[in-house]
Ligand binder design. Structure first.
Ligand code: NI
Length: 179
């Protein structure tokens, strides 16, 4: 078990960001403290969503807070998608980069809360976007995977720089949505 207190946000190039997250079988105090620590990490980066693998721990858990209520979800899955929308998304693991991502406008998310109770959340607009972004992280998928041909040309150099950063100070976020 890793020391929860020393968690930091992993950056593009770190292999943990490309792994499929493992489902949590039994929710314990470890998972609850991990979620609390994730919230601190998310807020310290002015983020509105964060997936646990972004902190280097390969478990299927996310935290989301867009200002309308806090969600701490375990083993979240999208069970319904409707409509289309596009947001310019940033990611705390890919700082300095902003990508327009087409996603569903409405989603239903099935998960467990931190007390191991099943919940279903109906989300639309920004909240739906954030859930889809965080659940993508659990599949090893990042915003750069949605980049258009021209986006790819634009961000290529920045991504190379990010890969070399590892322990140095990451660039500041440039996007309004940091997920
Ligand atoms: Ni992200």
């Amino acid at each position: 078990m890793e020391t929860i207190k020393s968690l930091k946000i992993r950056l593009f190039g770190d292999p943990v960001l490309r792994k499929k997250a493992v489902s949590v079988r039994k929710i314990t105090d470890y998972h609850r403290s991990l979620l609390d620590e994730m919230l601190k990490l998310m807020r310290s980066g002015s983020g509105i969503g964060l997936a646990v693998p972004q902190a280097g721990i390969n478990l299927a858990m996310i935290v989301v807070d867009i200002g309308s209520g806090l969600y701490k979800l375990i083993n979240p899955k999208i069970i319904k998608r409707q409509g289309r929308q596009v947001f310019e998304e940033g990611c705390l693991s890919v700082p300095g980069i902003c990508i327009k991502v087409k996603r569903a406008k409405k989603v239903s998310v099935k998960a467990l809360n931190e007390n191991a109770e099943p919940v279903i959340i109906e989300a639309c607009d920004l909240l739906a976007c954030v859930f889809q972004h965080e659940i993508d992280h659990l599949k090893g998928r990042l915003i750069v995977d949605y980049a258009s041909f021209f986006d790819k040309l634009k961000i290529r150099k920045k991504l190379e720089e990010l890969k070399k950063l590892s322990n140095k100070e990451p660039p500041p976020a440039v996007c309004k949505l940091n997920l």
